[in-house]
Design a protein around this ligand. Sequence first.
Ligand code: NAD
Ligand code: TYD
Length: 365
Amino acid sequence: MRKILITGGAGFIGSNFVLYMRKRYPSDRIIVFDKLTYAGNLENLKSLSSGPEYLFIKGDIKDFEILDRIFGKEEIDAIVNFAAESHVDRSILGPKAFIETNVLGTFALLEVARKHWGASKDKRFLHVSTDEVYGSLGDTGYFTEATPYSPNSPYAASKASSDHLVRAYFHTYGLPVVTTNCSNNYGPYQFPEKLMPLMIINALKGKNLPVYGDGQNVRDWLYVEDHCRAIDMVLDKGRGGETYNIGGKNEKKNIDLVNEVCSIIDERLSADKGLSARYPFKGSRKGLIHFVKDRPGHDRRYAIDCAKIEKELGWRPEHSFEAGIRKTIDWYLENPGWWERIISGEYRDYYETQYKERLVEKRSE
Ligand code: NAD
Ligand code: TYD
């Protein structure tokens, strides 16, 4: 039985990972530590209740004292660090929170781990990062683990900075770290500010679909469950001090992705009277696409070479884009309450009334 501290476990990928690990390793003790920013949503974890196998603690990864107390109380075997400010557009509007959480927060987490673990080989600090640290590609080529860092947005720069700190703690203090750099994820529980859920929800509601610039920017899409499986494997078997790239082998131009979302939604709704009554729309939803002002410093193309994790750990993405996008659209169709509560802002109160007593241990305890 392991005790795993999962930071940012109430966010998109973090909550998918918590649910994945809960199912796969029922006797591990999972401690979710999350600040519950706008992106954290305890509703994602409503199927779990406090007990020997699960605990939720609200807190900020920048807060060394609270983390120190947790480490004093619980013999933590592994940390998986998802906690971050994660949206590029927000980082352009206000970079400060990105520096605070992504840089200073990761630093505090590393310091606590160093204090309690030293160079112990039995422990594991897995830092979850992004391919955006590598910058932008032209029409050809792939990011490998040897690609030099060249971040272009404040978000990417803050993640690059945290990756460097993690690396330095391995080389300087022997802290048992490992870092993953993953491409764009999509799937259930993604906050509807990111491309995929935004387009799905706006298409359902008959609202405009804003595509930045010329829509020719390319992202490499990975279904979130495949990412969770990769992290599990790296946690278990990844080599200390190494970094592993994770990607979906699913390069898509933004405009092609949005067109595909429209086609699938048109098709799904026309085949279902109940859904078409709920989300009435005449004609093709492609007509909702609007090209809007480009994002400043918008990276043109991301594409991952994941040969290392394939060869060393035997990981491979299992979902084709076609399968993943259909599963994702179905999830948003089946869970309208989840995203409607976010859009209305109600999800904050909803969590307070529905889940707080059941899930939250207060900081003072
Ligand atoms: P998200 O924004 O959905 O979730 C982030 C979570 O971190 C939220 O629950 C939030 O409350 C929590 N958090 C934020 N600041 C915190 C703080 N100071 N202390 C404690 N908790 C805090 O993000 P996501 O998309 O799930 O991304 C998770 C991680 O994966 C991030 O580190 C991100 O950089 C990385 N990543 C994301 C993608 C992607 O496509 N979404 C791809 C590669 C890597
Ligand atoms: P996003 O989901 O924000 O992820 P990231 O910027 O981390 O890759 O955006 C994915 C791509 O979609 C990116 O090229 C920007 C573009 N985009 C739009 O065209 N319109 C939108 O409304 C959003 C949110 C993103």
